[in-house]
Design a protein around this ligand. Structure first.
Ligand SMILES: *Cc1c(COP(=O)(O)O)cnc(C)c1O
Length: 372
């Protein structure tokens, strides 16, 4: 089945007695046992599993071509479950442009537990020199937040396979529609479903998808079920509802993202545009190879300093000045001021999440903001 069909049908698990065409929300926290102590409905207690979460995990498994999925209450808890599943003293290689929240986790919560090297993974020849005896995992993020760096998944997978390491890929910016890291050799895929998967800025969530039922995956499933950082049935319902339109939303995000990137690239007030769909992007060829669309995420360097960038952010009208991304409404953010004083993100960088408004209105809005 094709992506559009999977998105609509793979997440409907039940044929309910009342004949609902879409799956109802199961709020029950506990489920009947039969006379032999079994669970005829397939569920025991809703932290362990429930019908809405199982449906969500099923459709996410299918979309990302994996063997199984675990849904979490946020992207951060999904990623943290992977780090928690590693033995203390393990070494991991992570991208220098890693999502800020994960970098913070590794440097604070896992300080003293895990050893980490933050490496520029766009140059794969960099990696081998960082592999140690206790290295267990390479974590990649492609495209990356906020610099839109692209990592060659297949090339990194060749290294992880050679050294017996796990390859995990934060694929949030690509969504499960435009990139299937498992097909390029990744062992684990991670998404913040708060972003494109949810797509409406109204539900927090995260997901991990595994390529195979490994020992590591068993530990991750345990952390989900016993740790309990699970999404509520209503969260799962919202995500399932969103996924049905995900492929079409992604087509719109791609179209608008491409058009705005081209417009800004030719604007005299813009110093640089980071968008993997532009031929000027340093990893354009890799992006073209492993992605089937480039989404609506881009960052730009405004000519001038941080104050100038903040001025632009404050002058646009249609783009909501707010953090997060991947929603139907366009969002804009001066990233360095969100990340705080020790950030390496350039002060004149603006991160843009292009929504699904009409592109002419979005371009016109930038036109007036860059004139000020
Ligand atoms: C937002 C984001 C996360 C974290 O997800 P939350 O749902 O906010 O916890 C992880 N990785 C990337 C690339 C993100 O954009």
């Amino acid at each position: 089945m094709q992506t559009e069909t999977i998105a609509i049908h793979a997440g409907n698990l039940t044929r309910s007695v009342t004949g609902d065409v879409t799956q109802p929300i199961s709020l029950s926290t506990t489920f009947f046992r039969d006379e032999n102590g079994g669970y005829p409905g397939g569920h025991m207690y809703s932290r362990v599993s429930n019908p809405n979460r199982s449906a969500l995990e099923k459709v996410l498994t299918a979309l990302d071509k994996g063997a199984d999925a675990c849904a979490f209450s946020s992207g951060n808890t999904a990623g943290m479950a992977v780090f928690q599943a590693l033995l203390p003293g393990s070494h991991i290689i992570a991208p220098d442009d890693m999502y800020w929240g994960f970098k913070k986790q590794l440097l604070s919560i896992f300080k003293g537990t895990l050893e980490i090297d933050f490496v520029d993974l766009t140059d794969v020849s960099n990696i081998a020199a960082y592999i140690r005896e206790n290295t267990v995992m390479i974590w990649i993020e492609t495209p990356s937040n906020p610099l839109l760096k692209v990592t060659d998944i297949a090339a990194v997978a060749a290294i992880t396979k050679q050294h017996g390491l796990t390859l995990a890929c934060d694929s949030t910016f690509a969504s499960p529609c435009f990139q299937h890291p498992i097909e390029y050799g990744a062992d684990l895929v991670m998404h913040s479903s708060t972003k494109y998967i949810g797509g409406h800025s109204d539900v927090l969530g995260g997901v991990l998808i595994t390529a195979a039922h490994t020992e590591l995956w068993e530990k991750i499933r345990n952390i989900q079920q016993i740790g309990g950082a699970v999404p509520s049935p209503f969260d799962c319902f919202l995500l399932l509802r969103s996924i049905k339109t995900l492929p079409y939303r992604m087509k719109g995000h791609h179209e608008n993202g491409m058009a705005l990137a081209l417009y800004l690239e030719n604007h005299p007030e813009i110093e640089a545009v980071y968008y993997p769909g532009l031929p000027s992007h340093p990893q354009y060829e890799i992006a073209k190879k492993q992605m089937t669309g480039f989404s609506g995420m881009l960052s730009v360097l405004v000519k001038g300093d941080g104050a100038r960038a903040k001025k632009v952010v404050n002058t646009v009208k249609l783009f909501a000045q707010a953090t997060s991304l991947g929603a139907v409404e366009s969002l804009i953010e001066h990233r360095a001021s969100v990340e705080g004083p020790d950030t390496k993100t350039p002060q004149n960088l603006i991160r843009i999440s292009v929504g699904l408004e009409h592109i002419d209105d979005l371009i016109q809005d930038f036109e007036q903001a860059l004139r000020v």
